[in-house]
Write a protein that binds this ligand. Structure first.
Ligand code: ADP
Ligand code: ZN
Ligand code: ZN
Length: 724
């Protein structure tokens, strides 16, 4: 058999590429990188197989230029998982491999050394900390380093903006900079005695260490899930094994990193997309060498090599951020389960509001359910009240009931959160004389009014325009903002409560992550009244002990949406936001403003809670044969000309195998038929049986790129799409 290499190259094509081995090459193994000629240039690829029968004549094969790794960079398990993933998500195999490798390792350069830049306290620094002679960021940095030297990834995660403080302290001789290769933190905090429920969860999962089993840990925020993770990671470490902990976004990481480090006494590798590429590659390599024991990361960290794997944990498993929405459209939670099976280790999915997919997996007996029902420290669940907006005089969308509750809260010296999942001042700018409203010319969707930026902004394509002084249609001067965004609520609340700080927390006010952290730190530290206005950024697990009122200003868009996942999302969001109220000793209160106080989903959530509402939603999905009881693949296409989109989708439809037995919806316009000036369309394919769906679509997907219309559109396939 000729010694031909089959190579995955980072290109969006459904194929692998065959090459002759490099002139100086023997003993090449799958998982190693090679430099190959490609097109007019060169590319770094991953050897997927060796000794293959070439797909084209031997005479046509080019020779690979150079082997880049003596030993495979990707081990057999990762290679197997990646092949599975490319196959399952109908992705280009090369893109799957490219996703698994940090950018710095996709270049033809020697591997970086494993050492990480790290910072530690000097003796003078310890004295300065004890004497309390420093303030602000410098003090925070000294305090962080008191638990042991910290690598830059940990520092980035715990103290955004730490570098400026480090430079100051370095100049003063209070800290020093070095390089480390081994784990060297000190455990400084003991575990609390676990509750019976926590202990049972730990024992159950621990009973399956060393073999694959999926668990769903169902417990609201504050119920002690993280303590369960910590106890299990401790056991895994004691066996000399590695633990991977995935979180949906890095904003959740700082508190978690700190907790892991203080409790486990090991370095925590943090892997996320904001990390400098070199650091990310080093962290990945330390995991590969087995030196990194605890890896905390966002979506792409699911590809971290785990040669001594012991446990995989996915926190907030219901979160949509685990789904990659471009390029290789994998789902990190689902891939985590697949990896755990390949690695032969348990996987623990945690959430206070589990996805319907995971609940269905429990029902089918594939996952084992674990529950944390009591909140530790006897924290009472918040009381929830629906406020009927219909009969009330609203002030900028805020009812007298809501305003009174905010007033009572701040009068007690406590903090209130007013939640509205809409940025900007108002979602629509309307002419009262003729009904004209400002639309994005590239999306045909209303522009959001941003008063502070004095602009109309499209939230779909970022188109900006000035605010017209008069109506462009009729010339009237009465242009009125319709509806409320966080900016307007902030303004209304600041006017109403002039003596209380009003803080707005959304993507606009917190473009920089350190700004966000600083805002939150201020609220955590000071037991002073404050009013927070924010979007879902605030719904995530930030522990604000003095926050006792959560007022949800509006949810009606979610109730009226046609998206079949809207009910699930709304229920999750409401429960998560409500969970912000009353985390510490003080009881919490939740108000929910709506024009639909009798909506069955709201009623059920309120009277019976998330689990019951989720069961109901799941029953509806079963009845309508929707996911997770059916399986979907979505073909999307977009182009500047509608005819190109329609043409390609028609060709794709015609190319489906005969007797495919699938349900087909479309070709049809996408829910947003025009976006950023591009016409969009889609074709939805569905089957009750996943195997049938994949069997029919595999050969079809491979053909799509060769359809004559494919060159005139941008197209993509999305398996298990989460937004249609
Ligand atoms: P979750 O991850 O579910 O939000 P955490 O594990 O963060 O919950 O726990 C919430 C709070 O309760 C934390 O402050 C934690 O330290 C505390 N806690 C959790 N379990 C216990 C326990 N068994 N005893 C005392 N305090 C606990
Ligand atoms: Zn007008
Ligand atoms: Zn737009």
């Amino acid at each position: 058999m000729p010694a031909v290499l089959r190579v995955a190259l980072p290109v969006p094509l459904p194929t692998l590429f065959d090459y002759l081995p490099p002139a100086a090459g023997g003993g090449i193994r799958p998982g190693s990188r090679v430099l190959v000629p490609f097109g007019r240039g060169k590319a770094v690829g991953v050897v997927v197989a060796t000794g293959v029968e070439p797909a084209v004549g031997m005479g046509k094969l080019k020779r690979a230029l150079r082997l880049l790794d003596e030993a495979p960079l990707l081990d057999a398990e990762l290679m197997q998982t990646l092949a599975w993933a490319a196959d399952y998500w109908l992705g280009a195999p090369g893109e799957a491999y490219a996703n698994a490798l940090p950018l710095a390792l996709r270049e033809a350069k020697p591997l970086p050394t494993l050492g990480e830049e790290c910072w530690s306290l000097t003796i003078a620094g310890r004295s300065a900390l004890d004497a309390g002679s420093r303030r602000g960021a410098s003090r925070s940095l000294l305090a962080e380093l008191a638990t042991g030297p910290l690598g830059v990834a940990e520092l980035d995660a715990c103290l955004p903006g730490w570098r400026a403080a480090a430079r100051r302290l370095l100049g003063a001789g209070l800290v020093e900079r070095g390089e480390r290769t081994v784990s060297n933190a000190i455990a400084t905090r003991a575990a609390p005695p676990l509750s019976a429920e926590q202990q049972q969860a730990v024992d159950t999962v621990a009973g399956d260490l060393g073999r694959y089993q999926s668990f769903l840990l169902d417990g609201v925020t504050g119920s002690g899930k993280t303590e369960v993770y910590l106890a299990l990671i401790e056991r895994v470490l004691a066996q000399g094994r590695q633990a991977l902990l995935l979180v949906p976004e890095i904003g959740l990481a700082p508190q978690t990193v700190r907790r892991l480090r203080e409790r486990l006494g090991v370095t925590v590798e943090v892997i996320h997309s904001n990390l400098a590429e070199g650091e990310r590659a080093r962290a990945w390599l330390r995991a590969r060498s087995g030196e990194a024991k605890v890896i905390l990361g966002t979506r792409s960290a699911v590809f971290t090599p785990l040669p001594h794997a012991g446990l995989v944990i996915v926190d907030e498993e219901h979160d949509g951020a685990y789904k990659q929405q471009e390029g290789f459209r994998y789902h990190a939670r689902d891939l985590a389960v697949v990896r755990a099976r390949a690695l032969g280790v348990p996987v623990l999915l945690g959430s206070g509001t589990p996805s319907l997919e995971s609940l269905a997996n429990v029902e089918a007996g594939r996952y084992r359910a674990l529950h944390l029902r009591a909140r530790p420290g006897a924290v009472r669940p918040p009381t929830v009240q629906i406020v009927d907006m219909r009969a009330q005089r609203l002030e900028h969308g805020l009812s007298p009931t809501l305003l009174a509750a905010v007033a009572e809260t701040v009068a007690r010296g406590e903090q209130a959160l007013v939640f509205r999942n809409r940025r900007g001042y108002a979602p629509v700018l309307l002419c009262h004389a003729c009904g004209w409203h400002a639309d994005c010319p590239r999306c045909e969707h209303p522009l959001t009014l941003h008063a502070g930026r004095r602009a109309l902004v499209c939230h779909h394509c970022d188109y900006h325009s000035r605010i017209p002084a008069t109506c462009p249609a009729c010339g009237a001067t009465e242009l009125k903002p319709q509806g409320q965004g966080t900016e307007r609520l902030e303004e209304a609340l600041a006017a109403r409560f002039p003596d209380v700080p009003v803080l707005r927390i959304d993507r606009e006010t917190t473009r920089r992550r350190d700004a966000f952290e600083q805002l939150l730190d201020k609220l955590r530290d000071e037991a002073k009244p404050a009013i927070l206005v924010g979007t879902q950024m605030l719904a995530k697990g930030h522990d604000l002990p003095n926050l006792t009122l959560v007022a949800i200003a509006g949810v009606d868009e979610g109730l009226l949406s046609v998206d079949f996942r809207a009910g699930e999302r709304l229920a999750q969001q409401l429960v998560q936001v409500a969970g912000r109220a009353g985390r510490a000793a003080k009881p919490g209160r939740v108000l929910l403003q709506t024009h639909h106080p009798d909506h069955p989903l709201l009623r059920q959530l309120l009277t019976q809670g998330y689990a019951a509402a989720a069961q109901n939603l799941l029953a509806e999905r079963r009845q309508s044969a929707l996911p997770p009881f059916a399986h979907q693949v979505l073909l999307r296409a977009e182009a500047t000309q509608r005819v190109a989109v329609d043409g390609f989708l028609a060709e794709a439809c015609a190319a489906l195998p005969p007797d495919h037995g699938l349900q087909i919806a479309g070709p049809m316009p996408a829910p947003m038929p025009l976006r950023a000036g591009r016409q969009r369309g889609q074709l939805l394919l569905e089957a009750a049986n996943r195997r049938e769906l994949h069997a029919a679509l595999h050969p079809w997907a491979a053909q799509l790129a060769r359809l004559p219309g494919a060159r005139k559109v941008r197209w993509s396939l999305d398996v298990d799409p989460i937004d249609l």
